[in-house]
Design a protein around this ligand. Structure first.
Ligand SMILES: [Zn+2]
Length: 304
């Protein structure tokens, strides 16, 4: 994977309702990579960014959100022993918005690796999926399913998002996806708080997933990314998109599911491979006033 690209994305300042610099970064990146190859990129009034590549039929869509809870400010991206974190101008640890820039990175990498794929990058997720709620419906007309990367850590799959069912148990979608998830260690099915696919499931008749992409301590100044886990997310994504292909996987908008889960649902627990070792005085400085407050990295977590 392109480590430089990941670090560049992590360094772009962005927060809810102030995503302009991230939008500009992605527009320029896609223009450079795909302008001559027919990649189509659009934005909307909400700062959502949409990319489409190849094909006139159904496309698989990958997704992430481009806002963070951290105040937009300069940050140095530091790599140490396979982990990447942020340091501010005073030398203190600060959040890098890897929630969900790690997901954005996975999506931009997958865009390179498939000839027929769609990418949806949503604004203002952290303040209630505002971008996903208002994204233009017509853009999703030929989307077969949506795979989002906005779970922390590794191996997590959202069984529900804020109580919303993302796919039908034993439907064709999960039957196609499950062997890939299993093979790539994505085996911890959990009930998670909201993210963009929750909003999409309320509006559209397609199946969705939400998966881990390697970030830890989200919404905190000691946030970090495990590079090997971002790479694992990317490999799983590649296999998943290949398995799902350009097919429609219908699941009626807002549909519930009464069939028993295919898997044990493990609840909300995220293992942390690195002890928290940064000054917490920076927490209040680091979080955008009036937005999500820092959470305790214990049983009560908010993985998006
Ligand atoms: Zn998130």
């Amino acid at each position: 994977m392109r480590l430089d690209l990941l670090k560049q994305i992590l360094a772009v300042p962005t927060c809810s309702r102030q995503e302009d610099r991230m939008v500009a970064y992605i527009m320029e990146h896609v223009r450079q990579r795909g302008a001559a190859r027919g990649w189509e990129i659009t934005t909307d009034a909400w700062n959502n960014v949409f990319v489409r590549k190849g094909g006139n039929g159904i496309l698989p869509c990958v997704a992430a959100h481009i806002d963070t809870v951290h105040l937009p400010r300069p940050v140095e991206i530091v790599q140490q022993d396979g982990i990447v974190f942020g340091v501010d101008e005073k030398g203190r640890r600060c959040g890098i918005g890897a929630d969900d820039k790690a997901g954005v990175f996975v999506c931009l990498e997958l865009l390179e690796r498939f000839d027929q794929i769609a990418v949806a990058l949503f604004a203002a997720e952290e303040i209630g999926c505002v971008g996903a709620d208002h994204a233009p419906a017509a853009w999703f007309d030929d989307v077969g399913c949506v795979i989002e990367w906005d779970c922390p850590g590794r191996g997590l799959v959202s069984y529900t998002s804020s109580g919303t069912r993302l796919f039908a148990n034993n439907g064709e979608f999960i039957q196609a996806a499950a062997p890939v998830l299993q093979a790539h260690g994505l085996t911890r099915w959990q009930h998670h708080p909201f993210t963009d696919v929750m909003a999409l499931r309320g509006r559209f008749d397609f199946s969705c997933l939400n998966l881990s992409c390697g970030y830890y301590n989200w919404h905190r100044p000691d946030e970090f990314v495990v590079l090997a886990e971002v790479e694992a997310a990317l490999k799983a994504g590649e296999a998943l998109i290949a398995a799902l292909g350009c097919r429609s996987y219908p699941f009626k908008a807002g549909a519930e599911e009464s069939a028993a889960p295919m898997y044990e649902i493990t609840g909300l627990q995220v293992e942390c491979p690195q002890p928290v070792a940064s000054g917490s005085q920076a927490i209040e400085d680091d979080i955008v006033a009036g937005m999500a407050r820092p959470v305790t990295q214990a049983a009560e977590t908010r993985p998006n």
